[in-house]
Ligand binder design. Structure first.
Ligand SMILES: *Cc1c(COP(=O)(O)O)cnc(C)c1O
Length: 512
């Protein structure tokens, strides 16, 4: 339109036209700024601006050239107009056969979007406090497969090393990420410290000696996990990795939302060795499942990742992140994280209050600022047989599900599970021999305050129902009398516990 000003003025009054043309130019200026800054805009862009960008980029791809005729087998042809529109008419994907980060001759627009998105992802990580990252690559695979890709990239340099030392985390995809590569996990059992489940650093050290540094492909640690497991001591592990020249991959699935994890990871980079750090797109950025960011403090290692990827790849998760980050801007990205931290004490306090009303308590694991656990054993299931308390716990799980509370998990640490050829006693609790049956719930990014209150209402109803169904007749009265009697004291305990928690959290954050 700015090229047509003369002709436009012949049709409509020039002052009007100038204003209209300026409006188009101002969007062009935003695009120019994005191309030169390669950062999240301070404030998110409107949908219309983003759609304008998408249109410009997609017109740079050969499938949208006017009069283009394609005689290859990969010409970006799309049958359904719904599909074409869903992808903003982009259809070439990303990468070339030998490298996912390679520019595509047929798709300049898609290639630009990919480069920009990688820059935006890195900036988003820096904003969340992960300042030690030098480069990031957005890949169209979820977290587990992205961990697999990282291991395969490391394997190029250590073809004979077949062990992966893995501080236990009870999430099947983490283990499968190792097994799928044909590698052998060496499971490092965690230790229980009070309520917390903690990385056994001595065991890691011992395993390095036992298996031999040269035979170990890498140590795979995990930061974001269910309470009361705490983020792995990635700094201590990084030091071991540096000393023995063993690569270190950090599974940071939903850890971008936690400043404590950011500090831990930064410290790991400073004091030791970190090769790759993998984070989920859907868990951190409020978008559909399908992608992950693989970042590294060493730019050359990212090149390794893009080179092992066989073939081209879908650009959908990349475009989704591109749009999401432009739409969020730095301000909303920061605000979402700040809001989560504001809700955290409300969440812990409230959960503890509900727990105390039923004679239960919050598990103290202040290093985990995302997931919180509460016991389901001491009083709620009092005077019951082991079998009954297991049934009651399962009943709570099914009630949560029926009442549309998703994501909250009930853990009966006596259950055991076999995955591949590996036996996991206490499966779900990340450790063998945990002292309580408990449930977990997460205060994750994007959670709304009203949802927290609805959750508490549902939880109270469920706990009351459980008490009626599973406590032996004589006990109901005693417990009710007890809880009434303790009401005043409970209030005091509630505030004390949350104070201890917040205090511990702040102290740990400061010490890092
Ligand atoms: C979610 C999650 C995974 C698996 O992620 P996908 O995106 O489903 O592949 C692996 N590890 C941890 C710690 C997770 O939270």
């Amino acid at each position: 339109m700015d090229k047509c000003e003369k002709q436009l003025v012949a049709l409509v009054k020039d002052t009007y036209i100038r204003q209209g043309v300026e409006s188009i130019q101002s969007r062009g200026n935003l695009l120019k700024a994005l191309l030169s800054d390669r950062h999240l805009p301070l404030h998110g862009y409107e949908d219309s601006t983003i759609e304008y960008f998408m249109q410009q980029f997609s017109m740079m791809d050969s499938n949208n050239f006017l009069g283009n005729v394609g005689f290859g087998e990969r010409e970006g042809r799309v049958f359904s107009s719904l599909v074409a529109r869903r992808h903003y008419y982009l259809s070439h994907g990303i990468g070339r056969s030998g490298d996912i980060a390679e520019q595509q001759p047929k798709a300049a627009g898609s290639s630009v979007i990919y480069k920009l998105t990688n820059c935006l992802a890195l900036h988003a990580m820096h904003i969340s406090g992960f300042t030690g990252m030098e480069k990031a690559l957005v890949v169209p695979m979820a977290t587990g497969m992205s961990v697999t890709l990282s291991l395969l990239a490391l394997r190029q340099g250590r073809p004979l090393a077949k062990y992966v030392l893995w501080p236990r985390i009870d999430q099947k995809s983490c283990l499968k990420a190792i097994l799928t590569c044909g590698l052998t996990p060496v499971i490092i059992e965690n230790v229980i410290n009070g309520d917390e489940i903690v990385t056994n650093v001595e065991s890691v050290q011992h395993a390095v000696k036992e298996y031999g540094a040269d035979n170990i492909l890498c140590i795979l640690t995990t930061t974001s996990c269910f309470a009361p497991r705490r983020p792995d001591k990635v700094d201590a592990v990084a030091s071991i990795c540096k000393e023995h020249e063993i690569p270190h991959v950090i599974n940071n699935a939903y850890g971008l939302q936690c400043p404590l994890i950011a500090k831990l990871v930064n410290r790991a980079i400073t004091v030791g060795r970190v090769d790759y750090i993998v984070q989920s797109l859907d868990k951190n950025f409020l978008m559909p499942v399908g992608g992950a960011i693989i970042a590294s403090p060493t730019a050359a290692l990212i090149k390794q990742i893009s080179k092992v990827y066989p073939g081209r790849a879908s650009s959908t998760p990349i475009v989704d992140l591109f749009i999401t980050l432009l739409s969020m801007g730095e301000t909303s990205w920061r605000a979402l994280q700040a809001e989560r931290l504001r809700l955290l004490p409300i969440f812990i306090d409230g959960l503890n209050q509900v727990a105390m009303e039923f004679g239960e308590r919050v598990l103290i694991s202040p290093c985990n600022s995302i997931s919180v656990g509460i016991t389901l054993s001491q009083s709620l299931l009092k005077n019951n047989t082991a079998e009954n308390s297991q049934k009651a716990a399962q009943y709570i799980g099914s009630m949560l599900f029926k009442r549309s509370v998703s994501g909250s998990r009930v853990i009966v640490p006596t259950a055991s599970s076999k995955i591949g050829s590996h036996e996991f006693p206490g499966w779900g609790s990340n450790v063998s021999g945990y002292h309580s049956v408990y449930m977990t719930a997460a205060c994750a990014i994007g959670l709304k305050e009203h949802e927290i209150h609805t959750f508490f209402i549902k939880l109270r109803k469920i706990f009351s129902a459980v008490r009626k169904s599973y406590v032996l007749p004589g006990d109901v009265e005693t417990i009710l009398v007890d809880s009434q009697h303790d009401a005043g004291e409970d209030d005091e305990k509630v505030s004390v516990i949350s104070d201890i928690w917040v205090d511990m959290y702040n102290r740990k954050a400061k010490n890092l």
